[in-house]
Structures are given as C-alpha cells and as structure tokens.
Design a protein around this ligand. Sequence first.
Ligand SMILES: NC(=O)c1ccc[n+]([C@@H]2O[C@H](COP(=O)([O-])OP(=O)(O)OC[C@H]3O[C@@H](n4cnc5c(N)ncnc54)[C@H](OP(=O)(O)O)[C@@H]3O)[C@@H](O)[C@H]2O)c1
Length: 283
Amino acid sequence: MTAARPLSIPLSDGAKPAAIPALGFGTSPMTGGMSADSVLTALKVGYRHIDTGRKYGTEAAVGEAMRASGLKRDDIFLVTKVSHENLRSTDFARSLDQSLAALKVDYLDLLMIHWPNPAIPLSEAMPALAKAKRDGLARHIGVANFNTTLLDEAVRLCPEPLSVLQAEYHPFLDQSRLLAGVRKHGLAFVAYCPLARGRLFDNAVLQDIAKTRGRSIAQIALRWLIQQDVAAIPFSSNPQRIADNFDVFDFELSDAEMARISALKSTGLRIANPVERVTGGWD
Ligand SMILES: NC(=O)c1ccc[n+]([C@@H]2O[C@H](COP(=O)([O-])OP(=O)(O)OC[C@H]3O[C@@H](n4cnc5c(N)ncnc54)[C@H](OP(=O)(O)O)[C@@H]3O)[C@@H](O)[C@H]2O)c1
C-alpha cells in the first residue's frame, strides 16, 4: 500500500495532540548557523514537527519562522529540550522559561530531557519535567539519549507518563534493544542523525536500492525509519534537500529492501557519543 499523505505516530499518554508527525525538521547545525529561512522552507514544504533544544541556540529562529509561516500554533508540533546541566528543579524551570521566551510561545508540544546527568538524580529531574506538563507548559514529555535501564528508571520515577524517547538511529546503528525497551513502555521513538550526518551516502546497498527506486539515498534511509513506525528529524540547510527529505510518503520499501538496509547495522557507527553523561553505557 502506498501512503501519499504525511504519516504520524500515535502518542499513548492520552494528551492532545494524540500523534507526532513522522517526519520532523532538525535544527541543530553541525557547523555555522541555522537560519529562520531554513525552518520557514521546511514549514512551507509541509513539515509540521520542528525539533530544537535550548543548547542549540536556534529557538529564536524557530519561533521567528513559525510566526512568518502564517500557520496556527496548533498546526505545528514543537519540541525543545532542557540540557543535562539544568535538571535540578529550579534550573529546569528557568531553562523552560527561557525556551518559551525565545520561541515566543506559551506551550510546547513536547519537552524533553536532552541528556541524562549522573550527577543529578532522576528522582529530582523527572518531577521537574512532569511539573512542566502539569503546569500546561508542555503537552507531552520525554527523554533523549537514555539507555533502556535509565528509561525504565525514568518511567518509574516520573509522576506523569512519558510519551517519547529520542535517540540516534540510522541504518548503521543497531537500536533493536532500545526500540524494544521503548515499545515495552508504549512510547514513540524519534530518530536523530537519521542520515548519519551524511555518512550513509557512499554505501553500496543504499545506492543500489536508491537507484532501483529512482529515489535519493536520504529518502531511502528516512523511509526505512518511518516504516518501522519511528519518527525522523533530518536537518538540512539546503532548500532542495529540505524538500527532498520530506518527499517520502508516496512509496514503500519491500520487506526484502527493509531487511537489506537493517543488515547494515553491523557497521556499528555511533555519532553522538558523549558517554561521560550516560550512566551504564549504551544498549
Ligand atoms: N537529542 C540529541 O541529543 C540530538 C543529537 C543530535 C541531533 N539531534 C537532532 O536531530 C537533528 C538531525 O540530526 P543531524 O543534523 O545531526 O544529522 P542528519 O540529519 O543525519 O544529517 C544532517 C546532514 O546531512 C546533510 N543532508 C541532509 N539532507 C541531505 C540530503 N538529502 N542529501 C545530502 N545531504 C543531506 C546536511 O547537509 P546540508 O545542510 O548541506 O544539506 C547535514 O550536513 C538535529 O538537527 C537535531 O535537531 C538531536
């Protein structure tokens, strides 16, 4: 079956919006800046899920683009994150206020802890995150860069239900264990670095599938994620590539193609790896 319309992934915490758009726009540039123009291009192309973080320094540009787009606030699924050094309750509340002020919005669709911090117990961080939801400042809450053990702990200690885990995921990284851990709790998985920051592009298997399909390698990699019901948030500074990356809803990879791409996980490439912030290592 071919899906021509953008897909969404259900969120199971009972809050509205009840789903997260499967293709989002990342706003953390690796080098240089990220302009409001790129976000505006993404919104014009059809992206309705924008991923930022206090740490990225891109919240003001995201807010500017949202206003320039003419879209209603409710039309956009807006995500930001609180950095690992701000997980104590007072710092957390201050960081959240700064995010809302920079974005010039009065609520977030999803607020996440950006990285765990072994120096700040989850017994303090999770209630601080839950308070944002109880205060109506975040419709959904989630965590990023938690391994399965930390996720179990976070779910147990959070006074409000979590709805999303965000982590690195692309064809060169095996995330099957983390994916199973996320699904066990009924959470949605959002994949960052879905294009492995460009390192996928000279892979022969992906080139072969892309050629057969008449699609770009980026589209194949993104389609591989969303066909696992995983959301993806690629970044690009290039208007043509921003559009290309969103054009993944009118074709479907076969089971054999999915399996060929999944077999690339033996590459074992992890890009974002500040392990000192993560207790217990990765899955
Ligand atoms: N939670 C976390 O800790 C965390 C960590 C990392 C990232 N993230 C989020 O995930 C987002 C995406 O990750 P990422 O930006 O690191 O990596 P990515 O999306 O995998 O790759 C972005 C890179 O790929 C290039 N690119 C994009 N589309 C392309 C295409 N169709 N063809 C060729 N090249 C293409 C871009 O270059 P051009 O600009 O030249 O197109 C850019 O250099 C971030 O922006 C951020 O929002 C979250």
